[in-house]
Write a protein that binds this ligand. Structure first.
Ligand SMILES: NC(=O)c1ccc[n+]([C@@H]2O[C@H](COP(=O)([O-])OP(=O)(O)OC[C@H]3O[C@@H](n4cnc5c(N)ncnc54)[C@H](OP(=O)(O)O)[C@@H]3O)[C@@H](O)[C@H]2O)c1
Length: 242
C-alpha cells in the first residue's frame, strides 16, 4: 500500500502554531495536503500558520484532558469528514534535579508528552480504520528518549515512552495504519540555553537542526508504504552516535 502523494490527504498536526509544528504544517500544505492545525494557547500564531497554509482549519484543545482529545477528534470528523494522517508534535519540556521533582512536575510532562500521544493515536486510529486507504501516524519523540539526560529524567522517560508506544501501536494498528517516530536532536530557537549550545558544539554536524529537516523526515513516514512501520528516525546531526 503506497501513499506517495499527499495531495488532498487530511493530516492533523498537534502544537502546530509555532516552531517545529509550524514548520511541519507549512511543508504539508506545500505538498498539497489538507492540513489541520491544532493549538492550545497560541491562538494568534495558530491563525497566522493556518493562513500561510492556505486557510487551514483550526482545532483548539488542551491535550492534558482525554475528554478534550475525544472532542477534538469528533470535531475533526464532523468538519473534515475523514483523517488520513496525524503528527503528534505537541509536548512540554522542563528541567529539574530528579531529587527535587514533585508529582505535579512529573504529571505536567507526562500528561502531554505521553498520555496525550497515546489517546491521540487511539482517536486517530478509530477514524483511520474507516478509510479504505488506512492512515499514517508520526510521533515526534526526542533524542532524550534515546539518550539519558540527568536533569531531564522525567522528560526522557516520557519520550522513551513515546518510542515504545510507537513500536507497540505499529503492531496493534497494522496493516492499515503505520506508526513511526522522528526523534529530533537540538533544533534551536531564540530561547536556547547554555546546555543546548554545548550540545550543538558536541554535534558531529557542528550545528543545530531546522524545523524543515524534521519536516523532511515526517514527510518520509507520511508518504512511505505500509512496509515502513514501528521505526524511529533520529534527526540529530549525529549526536546520538556520541
Ligand atoms: N526544539 C527541540 O530542540 C526539540 C528537541 C527534541 C525533541 N523536540 C520535540 O519536537 C516537538 C516540537 O518541539 P518544539 O520545540 O517546537 O515544541 P514546543 O514549542 O515546546 O511545543 C509545541 C507546542 O506544544 C503545544 N502544547 C504544549 N502543551 C500543550 C497542551 N497541554 N495542550 C495542547 N498543546 C500543548 C503548545 O501549543 P500552544 O503554544 O498552542 O499552547 C506548543 O506550541 C516536541 O514534541 C518536542 O518534544 C524538540
Amino acid at each position: 500500500m503506497t501513499n506517495s502523494d499527499l495531495t488532498g490527504k487530511t493530516i492533523l498536526v498537534t502544537g502546530a502554531a509555532k516552531r517545529i509544528g509550524r514548520g511541519i504544517a507549512l511543508r504539508l500544505a506545500a505538498e498539497g495536503a489538507r492540513v489541520a492545525i491544532h493549538y492550545d494557547r497560541s491562538e494568534p500564531e495558530a491563525r497566522r500558520t493556518a493562513e500561510e497554509c492556505g486557510g487551514a482549519p483550526l482545532f483548539r484543545a488542551n491535550l492534558e484532558s482525554v475528554a478534550e482529545i475525544e472532542r477534538m477528534f469528533a470535531e475533526v470528523e464532523q468538519r473534515l469528514g475523514r483523517l488520513d494522517g496525524l503528527v503528534n508534535n505537541a509536548a512540554r519540556f522542563t528541567r529539574f534535579d530528579p531529587l527535587a521533582i514533585t508529582e505535579k512536575d512529573w504529571d505536567f510532562i507526562h500528561s502531554v508528552n505521553l498520555k496525550a500521544v497515546f489517546f491521540c493515536c487511539q482517536q486517530a486510529a478509530r477514524l483511520m480504520q474507516k478509510n479504505e486507504t488506512g492512515g499514517r501516524i508520526v510521533n515526534i519523540s526526542s533524542l532524550g528518549g534515546i539518550r539519558p539526560w540527568a536533569e531531564h529524567a522525567h522528560y526522557c522517560a516520557s519520550k522513551a515512552g513515546v518510542i515504545m508506544l510507537t513500536r507497540a501501536l505499529a503492531k496493534a494498528f497494522a496493516p492499515a495504519i503505520t506508526v513511526n517516530s522522528v526523534a529530533p536532536g537540538v533544533i534551536p530557537f531564540e530561547d536556547i540555553d547554555e546546555r543546548g549550545k554545548r550540545m550543538i558544539a558536541n554535534t558531529p554536524a557542528l550545528r543545530g537542526g531546522t524545523p524543515d529537516e524534521i519536516a523532511d523526515a515526517v514527510l518520509y513516514f507520511l508518504k512511505a508504504s505500509n512496509f515502513v512501520t514501528g521505526q524511529i528516525l533520529a534527526i540529530d546531526g549525529g549526536l546520538s552516535q556520541r
